[in-house]
Design a protein around this ligand. Structure first.
Ligand code: NAP
Length: 283
């Protein structure tokens, strides 16, 4: 690690990524804030300027492997390495299997799973050569517990959890620490973005799904209103983990995430949670 550690964050145009970039800069990192469309840098740069922070913006589309490779190569050439990678970029879809088009499914997997896989693949050789590095990936409660109408999203986040947990022991032997941060509801632009990208799926809803989707949306609205964290709270958790001497592999960002994960773990058959979801949505 150089004198000023280099942190690269994906998906910094809004939400958790934007706040993480700011908080990492405050914590003393040289921050490379990446986004797929750099014309969307204005909010981040404005916030950085008013806080007196310097942030470097670079283009990186996690759904495009060559964009990842080019960006990482340029950052390594300019700064000598990446000490900390934050995989934050993500996309959601509210739909069950019958309303999920092949294109929508592939898009979710490209962003949430292949995006993380390819970005990690691009930085690991450099971290291995340096004998140190950290990778923090924002997963979700939906990467640990399946949720109705999140079939593709949960599949992609479960895949990321499985990848991270599988690679973590090997990485540890190379001095590289991997962590996952699993939030529950966060009041970012995520829900509005998901609803807009789920418009086709919503239009394809027919009985028996439509009534259950209404109930799901009602419960989801209540959960976000009552329990939603702010993007900045999640950013602070990510920065605390980045700076920890002995970072945990997994951080659940709120008590409701821990309670849901415990409810799942207490019933290895998995049937209890499935019945209660069915009861709530089917009632
Ligand atoms: P957000 O405000 O919608 O941010 C998502 C970010 O990902 C945006 O900057 C978006 O950029 C970026 N992104 C999407 N596709 C991309 C691509 N192909 N390449 C690069 N960037 C891309 O939502 P958020 O809440 O901050 O979400 C951040 C992470 O938290 C995601 O991984 C999400 O799954 C996870 N999470 C969120 C919640 C929640 O309730 N909000 C809960 C659990 C986990 P554009 O502006 O260009 O679209």
């Amino acid at each position: 690690m150089g004198e000023v550690p280099v942190a690269l964050v994906t998906g910094c145009s809004t939400g958790i990524g934007l706040h993480t970039a700011l908080r990492l800069a405050q914590a003393g990192y040289r921050v490379i804030a990446t986004m797929r469309d750099t014309t969307r840098k204005v909010d981040l740069l404005e916030a950085a300027r008013s806080a007196g922070l310097e942030i470097e913006i670079r283009a990186l589309d996690v759904a495009d492997a060559s964009s990842i490779d080019v960006c990482i190569a340029e950052v390594i050439a300019a700064h000598g390495g990446v000490d900390l990678l934050i995989n934050n970029a993500g996309a959601g879809l509210v739909a069950s299997i019958e309303q999920t088009s092949d294109d929508a499914l592939r898009r979710i997997m490209e962003v949430n799973f292949f995006g993380v896989w390819n970005t990690v693949k691009a930085v690991i050789p450099h971290m291995r050569a340096a004998g140190s590095g950290r990778v923090i990936t924002v997963t979700s409660i939906g990467g640990l517990v399946g949720q109705p109408f999140n079939d593709a999203y949960c599949a992609s986040k479960f895949a990321v959890e499985g990848f991270m947990e599988s690679f973590a022991p090997l990485a540890l032997t190379m001095g590289i620490r991997l962590s996952v941060v699993a939030p529950g509801p966060v009041n970012s632009a995520f829900v509005a973005n998901v609803r807009s990208t789920s418009r086709d799926a919503a239009a394809a809803m027919a009985p028996p799904y439509d009534r259950m989707l209404d109930r799901y949306n009602e419960l989801s609205n209540q959960t976000f209103a009552g329990m939603g964290q702010t993007p900045d709270e999640i950013a602070q958790i990510i920065v605390d983990l980045s700076c920890a001497d002995d970072p945990a592999f997994r951080v659940l960002t709120a008590p409701m995430v821990g309670a849901t994960v415990s409810a799942k773990a207490s019933d290895p058959t998995g049937s209890g949670l499935i019945r209660s979801f069915a009861q709530v949505l089917g009632a």
